[in-house]
Design a protein around this ligand. Structure first.
Ligand code: ZN
Length: 176
């Protein structure tokens, strides 16, 4: 009986370890991410978009690649959405993830499209950026890690934040 119990324990622990291993692997692969969908109005899981650099080069224009993958910045006042005031939804140019609504866009005068709030905090990721000898907060797409721009604490109320985004990182869908 004691031996049977021992075997049972070994078997059970093997099963537990097995399932833990699988979950850990799935998590590590990071294939799903929860983001807000403008279309459904709900937070829902979507597949992360991970491509090789070669695939990104094919998918994006040269200017988009330079900004989205190499984290460069377009010239101020050069982007197509700086003075764009149409009503609608700004999405990630690389993966289509919903990012900003036009009613959260404002004229900051800085030369890049500026928003005081993303469509949902789940849809973007913010990381410290110490490049170019500055202390900044980098803004990325939560689904594909596209470089979008930077966040500065000089925005208008109610958030006081300025999400300063490259036009090249954005795609626009008009909303009636
Ligand atoms: Zn994206």
């Amino acid at each position: 009986m004691r031996m049977f119990v021992s075997i049972l324990i070994v078997l059970v622990s093997a099963c537990v370890q097995g399932s833990e291993g699988t979950e850990a692997e799935a998590e590590e692969a990071g294939q799903m991410v929860d983001v807000f969908s403008f279309e459904t109005g709900e937070i829902q899981p979507v597949e992360r978009l991970e491509l090789s650099e070669e695939e990104w080069r094919e998918k994006l224009t040269a200017e988009q690649y330079r900004i989205i993958r190499e984290k460069k910045t377009e010239r101020s006042f050069s982007g197509q959405y700086v003075d764009h005031n149409e009503r609608g939804l700004y999405r990630c140019a690389a993966c289509g993830n919903d990012l900003f609504l036009s009613d959260k866009k404002y004229d900051s005068g800085c030369g890049w499209p500026s928003f005081f709030q993303p469509i949902d905090s789940q849809n973007v990721a913010m990381t410290p950026d110490f490049s170019l000898g500055m202390r900044r907060v980098e803004l990325q797409c939560a689904r594909c890690s596209a470089h979008l721009g930077h966040v500065f604490p000089d925005g208008p109320k109610p958030t006081g934040q300025r999400y300063c985004v490259n036009s090249a990182s954005l795609a626009f869908d008009p909303v009636k």
